[in-house]
Design a protein around this ligand. Structure first.
Ligand code: DAH
Length: 352
């Protein structure tokens, strides 16, 4: 190959390098134009190498310099182009990955407790601060604990007050948390007890705005020597003040529960009218919140206590009812529906 021909081949390779649009095309040029079998390598350089072998000594030096010049020229041209393409590639990918740091961040909504659990936990800590223990019992309960040990034998008309879900003759979903009283006393006969028992309860109530087939209760039981009605009254007063504020007055209204004697319904003065009578309290000035009484001697005896030595008080409170009265919630089903618009309203209450 003549020098002129070699130089024009060199120029055409450099041109191909120049027009390569990306690394892929550049590598293709490299393989086809500068590979072992390319015209440049196999003919141009080969012919120069042959020439140098046979050239007279005085020409060898100039020929060697020419070969190096040709090789370096094409190589540095290639490397320059490669650098330019890599820089372009990097710029393009940086541009593609660009994030707009002025965009508002993603806001995570922090969850919080359902108002039912807010009030349950508040009640639990109120009583544990007073030294009460917290117990739980099974939700699937035996008739024996749910009724019989609570002085409500088979065919007792008081069973009608708690229409129930039976699983078989003797097994039912507990209708109240009161069986935990019996379970606790039987575990430690003739021993003072101061306990509460929160949990789910079930009744075949017709579902309406204030009733649900499943609801939550908190049971309270205090048994010791010399426990009397004054203890019950002052405990309930403090409890109600804690939940509804210090201005409320409470009233005991005689009632009937088989497991207490005497038995009461506890009414709290209406938050709305402070006892004067309004729509909220149906004109009575008071709202019924829980059932209570002095533990029936039969219950003490059946649960392993000497009823002549020990006496006690007990009460059971519906947690939904307290929450509805405190927060002005109109429908019991709101607690269970997981509607975020409802639940969000208690965010502040939770943070307190
Ligand atoms: N267990 C009763 C109910 O669910 C409430 C109750 C009344 C509980 C009087 C008591 C009590 O402990 O002494 O209707």
């Amino acid at each position: 190959m003549e020098r002129a021909e070699i130089l024009s081949l060199l120029a055409s390779i450099k041109e191909k390098i120049d027009v390569a649009k990306d690394m892929k095309e550049l590598i293709e040029v490299k393989n086809s134009e500068l590979g072992k079998k390319s015209k440049f390598m196999s003919e141009a350089l080969e012919s120069l190498n042959q020439l140098i072998r046979t050239a007279p000594v005085e020409e060898k030096k100039a020929l060697g310099a020419f070969i190096n010049e040709v090789k370096n020229d094409v190589l540095s041209h290639y490397e320059n182009k490669e650098r330019v393409l890599r820089e372009e590639q990097e710029k393009a990918s940086l541009l593609a990955e660009q994030i707009d740091i002025s965009l508002p961040g993603e806001n995570f909504y922090k969850g919080h407790k359902n108002p039912l659990y807010l009030i349950r936990d508040e009640i639990i800590s109120f009583f544990t601060d007073l030294g009460y223990d917290v117990y739980s019992g099974p939700e699937i309960e035996n008739d024996h604990y749910n009724f019989e040990l609570l002085n409500t034998p088979k065919d007792h008309p008081a069973r009608d007050m708690q229409d129930s879900f039976y699983i078989d003759e003797r097994t039912l979903l507990r209708t109240h948390t009161s069986p935990v009283q019996a379970r606790t006393m039987l575990k430690h006969p003739n021993t003072p007890v101061k306990m509460i028992a929160p949990g789910k309860t079930f009744r075949r109530d017709d579902d309406d705005l204030t009733h649900s087939h499943q609801f939550m209760q908190i049971e309270c039981l205090v048994v010791d020597e010399g426990i009397n009605l004054a203890h019950l009254k002052s405990t309930l007063e403090k409890f109600m003040h804690k939940i509804f504020g210090p201005k409320r007055t409470i009233k005991f209204v005689p009632s009937y529960f088989p497991f207490t004697e005497p038995s009461f319904e506890v009414n709290v003065s209406c938050a709305h009218c402070h006892g004067k009578g309004c729509n909220m309290c149906k004109g009575t000035g008071f709202i019924e919140v829980l059932g209570a009484g002095m533990v029936h001697p039969n219950v003490l005896r059946m649960c392993g206590y000497d009823e002549h030595r020990f006496s006690g008080f007990a009460f059971g409170v519906g947690v939904e009812r307290l929450a509805m009265l405190r927060y002005g919630i109109d429908d019991i089903r709101r607690f269970y529906q997981n509607d975020v618009r409802f639940l969000k309203q208690f965010q502040e209450e939770y943070r307190k």
